[in-house]
Design a protein around this ligand. Structure first.
Ligand SMILES: [Fe+2]
Length: 255
């Protein structure tokens, strides 16, 4: 039984192209168990005891951070456990958003922002300018609090559309464009037990984490199998998550 407020999420997405919502307790307990299993073994590899991810910067050296991040994401991606968990809990929501023929990002993104770390800044951008198609959404899952300066920022839908439509002045750096829109940017605060869904057509990014704790988040893209793919293709970047019976029959007859 799906317990998220599907109508509200869809309404918010229609209006704003993003929605932050509470996940069901049933999802949270399974996800926490999953996370603990994976992080404990990786932490052990680095000689660390189980600790709160928000305190990771106190135990892990800055130069170990990327290796830690890559090991954790490799380990999480070795099975389909994470996407199966999301799909099982949010089947109806996903079907409402993109239909039953679904492709999912094969390897989720994992972002870790230590306090004061300038090297992990995600500059102002839209993923569509980096090879993703416009027909995708990001399921963004915070593993720690994502608040204040360590929360992601989004440029609202109407402003993102305006910026996209006015075309690109190559001579203008994205940082200049960002400062032009700085009063419009929305900080998307959330925390464990919540998720955000957003269209990566919205311009977004982050700034230096000035909070006193590490921010960790996962991001996974979903799309309809039947909408165009960008440079991020099915097979390399995406895999098939679900196929409807009629599409399955159609494919049999077309080939
Ligand atoms: Fe992005």
């Amino acid at each position: 039984m799906e317990q998220v407020d599907r109508d509200q999420i869809i309404n918010e997405l229609e209006k704003e192209a993003y929605s932050i919502f509470d996940l069901a307790e049933s999802f949270n307990s399974k996800f926490n168990e999953f996370l603990k299993r994976y992080t404990t073994s990786i932490l052990k590899d680095f000689g660390l005891e189980t600790l709160s991810l928000e305190q990771l910067h106190l135990s892990l050296k800055q130069e170990q951070l990327n290796t830690f991040r890559l090991k954790l994401i490799k380990s999480i991606s070795e099975t389909n456990e994470l996407t199966d968990l999301i799909y099982a809990e949010l089947t109806h929501l996903l079907h409402s958003l993109v239909g039953p023929d679904i492709a999912v990002q094969k390897i989720p993104g994992l972002s870790i922002q230590f306090p004061g770390d300038e090297s992990s800044i995600l500059p102002f951008h839209s993923d569509v300018h980096a090879g993703n198609s416009p027909y995708e959404f990001v399921f963004w899952l915070p593993l720690t609090r994502a608040e204040g300066t360590n929360a992601m920022f989004l440029l609202p839908l109407q402003e993102s559309l305006k910026l996209e439509r006015r075309g690109w002045d190559e001579s203008k750096a994205l940082s200049d464009i960002k400062s032009e829109y700085k009063d419009d940017l929305i900080r998307t605060g959330s925390g464990p037990g919540q998720a955000m869904i957003f269209s990566h057509n919205l311009f977004h990014g982050n700034t230096v984490n000035e909070e006193g704790f590490t921010r960790v988040s996962l991001n996974i893209r979903f799309k309809s199998l039947l909408t165009p793919f960008g440079e991020k293709k099915l097979g390399s970047y995406f895999r098939v998550l679900n196929v409807s019976p009629i599409t399955r029959i159609g494919v049999m007859f077309e080939s």
